[in-house]
Design a protein around this ligand. Structure first.
Ligand code: ATP
Ligand code: MG
Ligand code: MG
Length: 372
């Protein structure tokens, strides 16, 4: 019997709890916003303080990278936290992340760290326009980012950034060269304490307004898979990583550049619940609880569609073959990740057909990335 405390009480903690149950792994979650220990499925407050929870559990892990540093240090001091807190910090601070990628010799978008107005000019001279400006801390789902396309936008973009930095107390901006990518892909993998690594099939990811919309497992691209695996191994080893780790990439002419890393289970890996031998949530728990890793092989072509801002889909969706709906039990809010749909088929062609059938049940406004 293992007890795991997850920092963060969202859908990722919930899905870890669901995956842990058959293995007798009990998951409790710490909601850093309300500062309560909660049940990850019901959100019901538990009669445990954080200190008591830390003392009770065998392992502490995280479902997101923006954990207040005092809480992270406090948990790490117990010696139970996995992966190493440095991995969480690298995922949560783009400056540390970029240094890590450079040290691991992994290709990433050219960048320049900006602290002052003069730095912005140097960044423009060094990287050229267009560029993407990302706040070093706290960004997710494309929030805290600005596109700088032309010289006449410099002052207005700078003023907006300064306003935002002051508002959130973020310290720095990382400027990145604009990458004209062919597509975005991600690799999710797992590494255990003795350094064994297993990786899932690459995902192709389509975003809408900075938020992931559709992920599809890429079947049969051995060259790209090997390239991604090599980069994954370099980063995971550099961090002496334990658990599930995700790498997001830009693909340009068959070459991969790392966009960013996520030191946790990842939205683009939700299809593994129905499409892989062992889902990412179970494998994360296996790794942090020091159990043998499960197989990561693709069972069948699979895709995942995010449900944003809605708490209902037509009954006909569930009637589609190999189609599974996963709700997160969250209160409905515009644009919020409320659930996802996993859909599988025997061949990639049949999967595309299944996605068209799914598109016939869902509105183009709410699900713009579905093929129709
Ligand atoms: P996530 O929710 O995945 O953590 P995030 O807010 O951390 O997202 P990024 O992944 O850095 O943000 O960027 C969001 C999206 O913006 C990317 O998926 C990509 O589509 C686009 N983007 C980011 N950086 C660049 C770049 N240098 N060039 C071109 N497009 C970019
Ligand atoms: Mg991110
Ligand atoms: Mg991203």
């Amino acid at each position: 019997m293992n007890q795991v405390l997850v920092l963060g009480a969202g859908q990722l903690a919930r899905m870890m709890a669901l995956a842990g149950a058959p293995l007798n792994i009990t998951v409790i979650a710490y909601d850093v916003v309300s500062a309560n220990v909660v049940h990850p499925l019901t959100q019901q407050r538990q009669s445990l303080s954080l200190i008591e929870a830390i003392a009770t559990v065998d392992v502490i892990t995280a479902e997101f990278e923006h954990i207040p540093s005092d809480i992270l240090s406090f948990c790490a001091a117990s010696g139970k936290f996995k992966p190493h807190p440095d991995a969480i910090k690298a995922g949560g601070d783009r400056r540390i992340e970029k240094t890590l990628l450079d040290h691991a010799n992994v290709a990433n978008a050219p960048y320049f760290v900006i602290n002052t107005r003069a730095d912005l000019d140097t960044a423009i001279t060094t990287l050229g326009l267009p560029m993407v400006l990302k706040s070093a801390l706290g960004g997710y789902d494309g929030k805290g980012q600005w596109r700088l396309k032309t010289h006449d936008q410099i002052e207005s973009v700078w003023n907006e950034m300064v306003h935002c930095i002051a508002a959130t107390n973020n310290q720095a901006i990382v400027a990145e060269k604009w990458i004209g990518f062919d597509r975005e892909v991600s690799l999710i993998g797992v590494r255990n304490a003795i350094g064994e690594i297993k990786t899932y099939t690459l995902s192709e990811n389509v975003h809408t307004d900075g938020v992931l919309s559709l992920s599809t497992a890429i079947v049969g691209d051995t060259t790209l898979q090997q390239q991604a695996q090599q980069m994954f191994t370099a980063v995971a080893e550099q961090l002496n990583y334990i658990g599930v780790l995700a790498l997001e990439f830009f693909e340009v002419n068959g070459d991969l550049l790392v966009n960013e890393i996520a030191p946790r289970v990842h939205n683009s890996g939700h299809w593994t619940q129905q499409g892989a031998q062992t889902c990412q949530f179970e494998n994360h728990l296996r790794a942090v609880c020091d159990l043998p890793l499960g197989g990561t092989e693709l069972i069948r072509p699979s895709a995942m569609l995010n449900i944003l801002g809605q708490d209902n889909v037509p009954r006909a969706v569930l009637a589609l073959e190999n189609c599974h709906v996963h709700w997160y039990g969250k209160e409905k809010r515009a644009g919020r990740k409320m659930g996802h749909i996993n859909i599988c088929a025997a061949t990639p062609e049949q999967l595309q057909y299944q996605l068209i059938l799914l598109g016939q049940q869902l509105s183009p406004q709410d699900f713009p990335t579905l093929p129709r």
